[in-house]
Design a protein around this ligand. Structure first.
Ligand SMILES: NC(=O)c1ccc[n+]([C@@H]2O[C@H](COP(=O)([O-])OP(=O)(O)OC[C@H]3O[C@@H](n4cnc5c(N)ncnc54)[C@H](OP(=O)(O)O)[C@@H]3O)[C@@H](O)[C@H]2O)c1
Length: 373
């Protein structure tokens, strides 16, 4: 499969990248798991998955440290991407500091791509983008990208850049959630879409019917279901996909997908089983769950106070919705009693999106994808 060009630049990258999430934190991790991930990352790079994605938010910088360790001696072969998170009071200098902290943790003197992790309508965008542009001028950063931005937000951000351009937007895109495609249409030639959670957070497909179609095609092509899905995502979105694959076997699966091109007929068969979009239900019908460390917010006041320091905060996400950002549907399961419960892959992500909706659109039905249990 051909490398994917970053629009308006001479840079081309591997169509499948490796995401470095779920490595733990400096204080809470299992060294055996970390060593296995380092081995998997290095194996992936050897197999052509040379684009690596991390962020200061992943484990509070621990992911960057481990990626830095994994890239010892092979940094030059990689396209190394990280992110910067904009607080309400971020400015030009704090963005530079964040970039330099990332470079230190990653043990590198340049970053190939720095993405603004989330749009923050309370932050001074012009300051943040000026900080990023300074880093490009000084040779610390090669390309500027964003993440979780919808098209309207990208246009606005681009307006704050003097010389550079926004080359990429990392956003959830998989066989379940395809909402960004329509939104991105006006930008298709200008901004490369980087699909995160391309394997639908390990659920792979959107439904058992779609899983059956994927299995059928996998059998016909002598490939694995994950390879068929990655290939479908790449073709459908004309994008790059960043996958979390923790084992050598899963890395080999992803690398194998680079060799696979699906026919238009095969893509149509898979698309025919994708949901047309989210459905809308009353927030009152949804039960929230948290994690062992974090109970979910139970009231609007709790969500506003954001005592878990979730980023983005529910209030930040609510402000985006008030400014007509593309809504981000929740993932829920239907319970035996007819109510719904949020999915547990990343429950606090569901919790903040839930309260953001309730803050911004009180009494309006909320968009959800109902997952098969
Ligand atoms: N910008 C953002 O806000 C944002 C948000 C979310 C994610 N991301 C990025 O996207 C990356 C991936 O996202 P994600 O973890 O949410 O979802 P994902 O890549 O769609 O799914 C990861 C899950 O799929 C499993 N998997 C991997 N290869 C497989 C295979 N061949 N067959 C079956 N299962 C397989 C993984 O298991 P194993 O771990 O056992 O291999 C893991 O449980 C992250 O690492 C991160 O870099 C960015």
């Amino acid at each position: 499969m051909d490398l994917r060009k970053l629009p308006g630049t001479g840079t081309a990258i591997s169509p499948i990248g490796q995401g470095a999430t779920r490595l733990g934190t400096r204080d809470r991790h299992d060294r055996g798991t970390v060593d296995a991930r380092i081995a998997a990352l290095r194996h992936g790079i050897a197999r052509g998955l040379t684009y690596v994605d991390t962020a200061p938010l992943y484990g509070g910088g621990f992911s960057e440290e481990i990626v830095g360790e994994a890239l010892t001696g092979i940094r030059q072969r990689c396209f190394l991407a990280t992110k910067v998170y904009l607080d309400d009071d971020s400015d030009r200098a704090s963005v530079r500091r964040s970039i330099r902290d990332s470079m230190r943790r990653l043990a590198t003197d340049y970053l190939d791509l720095v993405q603004i992790h989330w749009p923050n309508p309370f932050a001074r965008q012009e300051e943040a983008l000026a900080g990023l542009e300074d880093a490009v001028v000084d040779g610390e950063v090669r390309h500027i990208g964003v993440s979780n931005y919808c098209a309207r937000e990208i246009h606005e951000a681009q307006g704050y850049l003097a010389e550079s351009r926004i080359a990429t937007n990392q956003y959830e895109f998989n066989l379940l959630n395809r909402g960004i495609l329509e939104d991105h249409r006006s930008l298709a030639q200008d901004v490369l879409l980087i699909a995160y959670s391309p394997l639908n957070q390990g659920r792979l497909t959107a439904s058992s019917k779609q899983a059956a179609v994927v299995r059928e095609i996998a059998l016909e092509r002598g490939a694995t279901p994950a390879q068929i899905i990655l290939s479908a995502v790449l073709a459908d979105g004309q994008c790059v996909a960043v996958v979390r694959a923790s084992s050598i076997g899963h890395i080999d699966d992803a690398a194998g997908a680079l060799e696979l091109l699906l026919s238009p007929g095969e893509l149509d068969r898979i698309r025919a089983e994708s949901p047309a979009g989210p459905v809308f239900i009353s927030p009152d019908e949804i039960d929230l769950v948290g994690t062992a460390q974090m109970p979910p917010y139970r009231s609007l006041e709790d969500a506003q106070a954001n005592s878990h320091l979730l980023v983005p905060s529910p209030a930040t996400l609510a402000e985006r919705l008030r400014k007509d950002a593309l809504p981000m549907p929740l993932r829920v399961h239907r319970k035996a009693d007819g109510r719904y419960i949020v999915d547990t892959y990343d429950p606090m992500d569901q919790v903040k999106k839930f309260w953001a909706w309730v803050m911004a659109r009180p009494s309006e039905p909320i968009p959800v994808y109902v997952l098969e249990s």
